[in-house]
Design a binder for this molecule. Structure first.
Ligand code: ZN
Length: 151
């Protein structure tokens, strides 16, 4: 099953090996729609409480904060929604943004979708995971010859 992960930032540790990521800026309403209509994996954590609070009060976006941060690996077909505040300055070590700063920050909502290039061992053609000829998440049939084991 393809999954949808929601977080406040993207991290390189969310990926393994070579993948292709497409990035799309979405509106707060689109983010809200995705979050409310799908079963999501939340990467929110309490150390960003003021940002989470601003998402709730300014955009009515509510995401559960898990007790234990999940270990997430984004695979082809998965989606990552990043809800990030953009501040005009960087924090110093140990410092936090004030409520005033969070409330005046610009927020950006981005949908990342994960793709991967596969090479068919039968016909040799290269295609994107999203172009596979069937829709089973775990299979990736070649769209050209239907061979079922491209890598
Ligand atoms: Zn093929």
């Amino acid at each position: 099953m393809a999954k949808t992960v929601v977080g406040l930032a993207m991290s390189s540790t969310m990926f393994e090996g070579d993948v292709i990521i497409s990035r799309k800026v979405i509106s707060a309403d689109q983010a809200k729609e995705i979050i409310s209509s799908r079963e999501i994996v939340s990467c929110f954590n309490r150390s960003h409480e003021t940002t989470i609070e601003a998402l709730r009060t300014r955009f009515e976006i509510e995401v559960e904060i898990p007790e234990v941060a999940p270990k997430v690996t984004l695979m082809p077909g998965d989606t990552l929604i990043v809800l990030s505040a953009r501040f005009s300055r960087r924090l110093n070590e140990g410092e936090r943004f004030s409520i005033e700063e969070v409330n005046s920050a610009n927020f950006e909502f981005v949908e990342y979708t994960i793709d991967r290039k596969l090479t068919c061992g039968n016909c040799g053609k290269v295609f994107h995971f999203s172009e596979r000829s069937n829709t089973h998440e775990e299979c990736a049939d070649c769209p050209w010859c239907g061979w079922d084991n491209p890598v």
